[in-house]
Design a binder for this molecule. Structure first.
Ligand code: ZN
Length: 91
């Protein structure tokens, strides 16, 4: 009976140790690269940040114009002449 209790105690300690380590790892992962990646993805995924308003393609460089409705739109180099032709206000 004593051996059984000891075995149970050892098992409990091992279980706790594994659980605790996993918790620490999760916290490290949450505060580490994962969150940074998520935050970065959130920023780059915002409408108009680096997506062309005309062709909806991602562009490294965007030119910003105010359209007829007064809304700011980002235009890639390919669609830039299109925006110029529409006489949009260059920002
Ligand atoms: Zn474009």
């Amino acid at each position: 009976m004593k051996l059984l209790i000891t075995a149970a105690a050892v098992l409990a300690v091992v279980f706790l140790a594994v659980w605790f380590r996993r918790r620490i790892q999760n916290r490290q992962a949450a505060t580490g690269k994962v969150v940074q990646l998520k935050a970065r993805r959130k920023v780059s995924g915002q409408a108009g940040v680096n997506r062309c308003s005309f062709c909806k393609k991602k562009a490294k460089r965007l030119s910003f114009y105010a359209n007829e409705g007064g809304r700011v739109i980002g235009v890639c180099d390919i669609c830039k002449p299109q925006a110029e032709r529409r006489a949009l206000l260059r920002l």
